[in-house]
Design a protein around this ligand. Structure first.
Ligand SMILES: Nc1nc2c(c(=O)[nH]1)N[C@H]1C(S)=C(S)[C@@H](COP(=O)(O)O)O[C@H]1N2
Ligand SMILES: [Mo]
Length: 388
């Protein structure tokens, strides 16, 4: 028996999503990404990113001071890879859909491109972004194009026992478990069947109007809007339906948030999967135009209702939302009129509020202060600048 109620619901919703997708397609361009606050001279931050100690994992990062287009060009889009990247030939590559399905499938890239094409503009953030002084730029925004995942799972006919969907990459590397087992493990992540069936999930072969570049998962990756980067499996070759959680390295060891909480006056430790995006913002750069200063930045991780900026220990003052305001999955750019502050060194902090009234936490918020692992570091970001 198939999950027919899930199927019907996602069929109903899909038509609307496809239309909405057309509405959000924008062309990359340096023009007015931040409204009419654009232009002027960048005043560099005093705090410079530290040298990247893991260049084989963090291959590329966003340079905030150069941020001038709402869609991030692929050659400026951050790259994270845990293993050597595979080079897959489009001709020989196949996607398998198997496990607890009535009709296992093998699809070529042409098969996928023959299906209805759907687009979504989604800001991808690595959950480790800004956790260290060397990685402030693990975030980018792109319009992804591909075949929606839900109809494929419907066609494969997920059996009643199927509850979890695993996405396998072709890349693999050595992992040691319990100090005793050393094996070659493929990159893989899973999510619940209900999460996998979300109408916005894509088997993506396109990025910003072009093909998916190799470092971003060519020829096919999962795009799961609203989920941290790690869920968006690159170099996808197999989708498998299981009747239990998948517990590979990137589900059960890495990308697990360990947090100390206090319950009844006692320390209490929790271990949770790094899953959905968290509300976040960052000041991108300070601009001087004539004698006036402005701060530009971005906010993402939820539908953004507002952004405020604080200079030094001053009051929080509202910024103006510009490009992307109202988007569900893409970042919103904002701009803050700083006026004519005096010369000297200043600290600039931003905080975002989402459509449900949640506020981006301060770094000393208990939720963040008790966190022992570095993933999901969505605390407010402070940058320092010296004005002439
Ligand atoms: N197959 C595979 N998929 C992967 C990864 C990987 O190492 N291998 N890294 C994940 C992580 S942790 C992130 S943050 C994103 C980064 O996507 P990008 O390199 O396209 O920006 O890819 C995810 N998908
Ligand atoms: Mo990541």
């Amino acid at each position: 028996m198939a999950h027919s109620d899930l199927s019907r619901r996602s069929l109903l919703k899909r038509g609307g999503a496809a239309l909405a997708g057309l509405g959000v397609l924008r062309l990359a361009g340096p023009a007015h990404a931040f409204g009419d606050e654009s232009g002027g001279e960048v005043v560099p931050w005093l705090d410079r990113p530290e040298p990247n100690p893991v260049p084989e994992v963090i291959v590329r990062q966003l340079d905030w001071e150069r941020l001038d287009s709402w869609l991030t060009p692929p050659d400026q889009f951050f790259v994270i890879k845990h293993f050597d990247e595979p080079k897959l030939s489009e001709r020989d590559w196949r996607l398998e859909i198997g496990g607890l399905v009535a009709r296992p499938m093998t699809l070529s890239l042409a098969d996928l491109k023959d299906r209805a094409r759907q687009e979504v503009t989604f800001t991808l953030e690595c959950s480790g972004n800004s956790a260290f002084p060397f990685n402030p730029g693990l975030v980018g925004n792109a319009t992804w194009a591909g075949a929606p995942l839900a109809p494929l799972l419907e066609e494969a006919g997920v059996l009643e026992a199927g509850t979890e969907v695993v996405f396998w990459g072709e890349d693999a590397g050595e992992q040691t478990w319990r100090d005793e087992i050393t094996i070659s493990e493929r990159f893989a992540r899973s999510m619940s069947l209900a999460d996998a069936m979300a109408e916005e999930n894509l088997l993506a072969y396109g990025m910003n109007g072009g093909d998916l570049p190799n470092l971003h998962g060519h020829p096919l990756r999962l795009i799961a809007p609203g989920w941290y980067g790690v869920a968006n499996v690159k170099w996808l070759t197999r989708i498998e339906v299981l009747d239990r959680r998948y517990q590979g390295h990137f589900m059960a060891r890495d990308y697990v948030t360990i947090r100390e909480e206090e319950r009844a006056g006692e320390p209490f430790w929790t271990f949770t999967l790094v899953g959905r995006d968290r509300l976040k913002s960052a000041p991108a750069r300070v601009l001087r135009r004539g004698g006036r200063y402005g701060v530009q930045g971005a906010a993402w991780g939820a539908r953004i209702a507002g952004v405020e900026v604080r200079v030094d220990d001053g009051p929080w003052r509202p910024a103006t939302l510009t490009e992307g305001a109202g988007e569900e999955f893409a970042w919103t750019f904002w701009t803050f009129d700083w006026g004519t502050p005096g010369p000297g060194e200043h600290a600039v902090t931003s905080r975002a509020t989402d459509a449900n009234g949640n506020v981006q936490p301060a770094p000393d918020d208990p939720l963040l202060a008790g966190k022992q692992t570095y993933w999901e570091s969505n605390g407010q970001i402070t940058r320092r600048v010296r004005l002439a």
